[in-house]
Structures are given as structure tokens and as C-alpha cells.
Design a protein around this ligand. Structure first.
Ligand SMILES: Cc1cc2nc3c(=O)[nH]c(=O)nc-3n(C[C@H](O)[C@H](O)[C@H](O)COP(=O)(O)OP(=O)(O)OC[C@H]3O[C@@H](n4cnc5c(N)ncnc54)[C@H](O)[C@@H]3O)c2cc1C
Length: 420
């Protein structure tokens, strides 16, 4: 059995590692020129995703992931705050839960480790055709082709593979856009970091529907495994930074932010944060322009059939079928879960207990049971952004957020999503 994977992102590479370890022939194609030629900040992988990676990678390989990520002490709770960085409520995290919070580039590099002979970059998928004997042939922009028994679209939000299967785009803009960047943590900038970030990330909301995700990312400060002990597969340690990402309704951005460079995007973020906590604004202004980017959030309608095609020799996973904004911290973990399940079903084919279409059918129905919930959860903060965007929401934010913050400071139990 030969599996062609389009997209060497988080889901595609996890699938490639799992299939390879399971003895299945695999080829991965990505349009990027190199593995590290990508963007992204930090990804969160939950206990289930960690367990899948532990099973599908060699022990030395998984050890390198642990050594490249801060341990659970960096994520003891998730805080929701108002625009003055006053705690509204916090969700504590169990100390036992295995979690990876790893830079997207280190994660991609580590997931690609050992796959050099099956990984082709500079290869943009353009379409596919059914071939003889149930095979499928993938076509690429430079004219090359490849044939396999199964083609998997792991090509992310805006997937061409999934769109070809569904006969329509599987992803729509969510109406909210973001500007994200990194601020190097130095002796000066560390003094500006709000107290409430000591125990984990925070999502803050303010008037006009502006939100800000902010977190300290300092892998070397608290890895569970000593990076120096990673002799076989080297750890990838990023320098200490503050990662921030502003989000706001599309209509709040003047002009076309895609035309702006990093410095101008930082200026635009500072303008969006007018009236916010001054330390946070100073941290954003100290951001590294080369790390700053504008992006539009995309989503999939969780109420629709995610795989509206008959199971056969082509399928898709990850953001390609269930794009979700990063606001739930669930997209990467869900892509890893998909890859895990598809690999498990394909192992049955190799063992003679299933066929490729049956394996695809089982994967697609199992995935449809959990992915819509992840999309809904991830969309919730965008709902708050929309609700706070209008004049009523802004007034409500001005009046309600300080009251909720005071109540929280006084120790009263605040539940749910009171900001909306
Ligand atoms: C550049 C970038 C930065 C990101 N930054 C963050 C972040 O900071 N935080 C966060 O939570 N999420 C981020 N994400 C999204 C996050 O990686 C995914 O939501 C999650 O990991 C799900 O992974 P996936 O494998 O489905 O898709 P992805 O990890 O997005 O991978 C998709 C891959 O498919 C490739 N591809 C797309 N089209 C084609 C084509 N036609 N031919 C060949 N290859 C193709 C892309 O180059 C990419 O490598 C980012 C995604 C990208 C692409």
C-alpha cells in the first residue's frame, strides 16, 4: 500500500510518521521550499495528541518533543481578562496532564525528522485523477505526478484536495482577523509582563470587540526533559519571547492590512489596543517586526457534513476538513488525532482485515464525531468578539468587565462567559 500525503503540516507529518512506523509506504508533498520555511507561533497539543505522538514516534523522537516544550508549570491555568489585564476568570489545569506547548516551527522540524527520503518540498498539488485498479494520481504545479493507493489532503485551511472532493470550498472566513507577533523577553521587557501570565496564557477582551491572546513562551525555563540529554534526536529550543495575537472584527481594520509590513502592523495593533493596559501595549510595541503577521481566521461550518463524499481512494484530515481559529488551541491536537485514527484504520488494511475505502469510511465517521465540537469550542471567543463589537457590546464591556474583574478579585465565583 502506498499513501500520498499533500501537506507537510502538523497532521500530514504525524500521519507520515505513523504510517512509516506501521510499515506502509508513504510520500509527502508540500508547497513550501523547506521544512523551516513556514510561519506560526506556538501550538498546544493536549493529552490525547501527546499520547498519539508517543505511540507513533520513536522514544528518542518523542523525548526531543518533550525537551523542546515548556512543562506543565508554564500552563497551570488559562486566564480570561479584561483590557486592563484584570483577571475575570481562570480555568485551572491538572498538573498531571501531559501537554506540549511547542513552537510551530520546532514542532514541524521535529515531526519531519527522519522523513527526508519521503518528503518533497516545492511541490504544489493542483489536482488528482482516479487511476487503474482503484489507484489515484496526484498532479503538481511543475508537471510532476505521483501515483498511490490513497491520497490524503492534509493541506490545511483552504484545502484544494478537500475542495476537489466536496465540489466547493470547505473553509470560510470567520469574519475576525488577527495580528500576531513575538516580543523578545529581555531584562527590560520582562518587567512589563503582567502578573496574571505567570501561570499560563490569557485571552483578554476590551471595547469594540478587540481581543488579545498573550502568553510567555520560554521553553528553556522549564522543560520536563533536559535538552542536553537528547543525543539521537536533538531538541529545538526557541529563545524566550512573549507571544501576542490581537483579534478584531474584519471591519475594524482600516484599509488592507495584508499590504502592511511588520512595523506598520505593530503600529496598527497598538492603535487597536488604545485604552488597554499600558504595559501590554509597551510589550506589543517592543515586538519584533520580522515576526509580526496579519492573518484572517477561517472556519468550517460544524453543522454540515465534514466529508460530503463517498469514501474511496481520496480523503482529507486536519484543517482541510475542519478548519478552526487558533482561539481554542485545538486545531493541531485535532489534526494529530485524525492522523492517529486514519493510521489505525489503515493498519487494519495492511493486516488484511479492511479495505482502503472501508478504512477511509471508518476514519471519516470517527472524525465526524469529535471534530465539530472542537470547531464550536474554538469559535466561542470569536462570538464574544462579535458581541462586544457593536455600540451596545462596547458599552456593556465598559460597564460589565470592571464589575466582573472586581468580583473576581474579591474572590466571588464567576462562571461561564460573563463578558458577552
Ligand atoms: C504558516 C502557518 C502558520 C500557522 N501558525 C499558527 C499559530 O501560530 N498558532 C496556531 O494555533 N495555528 C497556526 N497555524 C495553523 C495550525 O498549524 C493548524 O491549524 C494545525 O496545526 C492543523 O494542522 P494541519 O496539518 O491540518 O494544517 P497545517 O499545519 O496548516 O499544514 C498544511 C500544510 O499544507 C501545505 N499546503 C497547502 N496547500 C498545498 C498545496 N496545494 N500543495 C502542497 N502543499 C500544500 C502547507 O504549506 C502546509 O504546510 C498555522 C498554519 C500555517 C500554515
Amino acid at each position: 500500500m502506498r499513501v500520498l500525503i499533500i501537506g507537510a503540516g502538523i497532521g500530514g507529518l504525524t500521519l507520515a510518521q505513523a504510517l512509516r512506523r506501521g510499515g506502509i509506504d508513504v510520500a509527502v508533498y508540500d508547497r513550501d521550499p523547506r521544512v523551516e520555511a513556514t510561519g506560526g507561533y506556538r501550538l498546544h497539543l493536549d493529552e490525547r495528541a501527546c499520547s498519539a505522538l508517543r505511540r507513533h514516534l520513536t522514544p528518542a523522537h518523542y523525548q526531543a518533543l518533550l525537551a523542546s516544550s515548556p512543562g506543565w508549570r508554564a500552563f497551570r491555568r488559562f486566564a480570561v481578562a479584561d483590557h486592563r489585564m484584570r483577571l475575570l476568570f481562570a480555568e485551572p489545569r491538572p498538573p498531571s496532564s501531559e501537554t506540549l506547548m511547542i513552537g510551530r516551527i520546532p514542532l514541524r522540524r521535529l515531526l519531519a525528522y527522519g522523513l527526508d527520503d519521503v518528503l518533497t518540498f516545492d511541490a504544489t498539488y493542483t489536482g488528482h485523477r482516479a487511476g487503474p485498479g482503484g489507484t489515484v494520481t496526484a498532479h503538481f504545479a511543475d508537471g510532476r505526478t505521483d501515483r498511490g493507493d490513497l491520497l490524503v489532503g492534509a493541506d490545511g485551511a483552504g484545502s484544494r484536495v478537500a475542495a476537489a472532493l466536496a465540489g466547493r470550498p470547505t473553509t470560510v472566513p470567520a469574519g475576525v482577523s488577527g495580528i500576531a507577533g513575538r516580543t523578545p523577553l529581555t531584562s527590560r521587557t520582562r518587567t512589563l509582563v503582567p502578573e496574571l501570565l505567570r501561570e499560563g496564557p490569557a485571552l483578554a477582551f476590551g471595547p469594540r470587540g478587540v481581543g488579545l491572546f498573550v502568553t510567555v513562551h520560554d521553553p528553556a525555563a522549564g522543560t520536563l526533559v533536559d535538552p542536553a540529554s537528547c543525543a539521537d534526536v536533538p531538541a529545538v529550543i526557541e529563545p524566550p519571547t512573549l507571544i501576542w495575537g490581537a483579534l478584531a472584527p474584519d471591519g475594524l481594520y482600516p484599509g488592507d492590512p495584508r499590504t502592511l509590513d511588520g512595523a506598520a502592523l505593530i503600529g496598527l495593533t497598538d492603535a487597536l489596543l488604545r485604552g488597554w493596559d499600558e504595559s501590554v501595549r509597551a510589550l506589543v510595541r517592543a515586538g519584533d517586526p520580522s515576526s509580526t503577521a496579519y492573518f484572517r481566521f477561517h472556519t468550517t461550518d460544524p453543522g454540515t457534513d465534514l466529508t460530503p463524499w463517498p469514501a474511496g481512494a481520496v480523503t482529507a484530515l486536519g484543517d482541510a476538513v475542519h478548519a478552526m481559529p487558533p482561539t481554542g488551541g485545538m486545531a493541531a491536537a485535532t489534526a494529530v488525532r485524525d492522523a492517529d485514527i486514519l493510521a489505525e484504520e489503515l493498519a487494519q488494511v495492511l493486516a488484511g482485515r479492511s479495505t482502503i475505502p472501508m478504512a477511509v469510511h471508518r476514519y471519516q465517521s470517527r472524525m465526524s464525531a469529535y471534530a465539530p465540537e472542537a470547531v464550536r469550542t474554538s469559535m466561542q471567543p470569536l462570538g464574544w468578539v462579535h458581541r462586544l463589537a457593536g455600540p451596545v457590546g462596547t458599552r456593556l464591556a465598559q460597564v460589565t468587565l470592571p464589575i466582573v474583574a472586581t468580583a473576581a478579585r474579591l474572590g466571588r465565583h464567576v462562571t461561564g462567559a460573563p463578558v458577552a
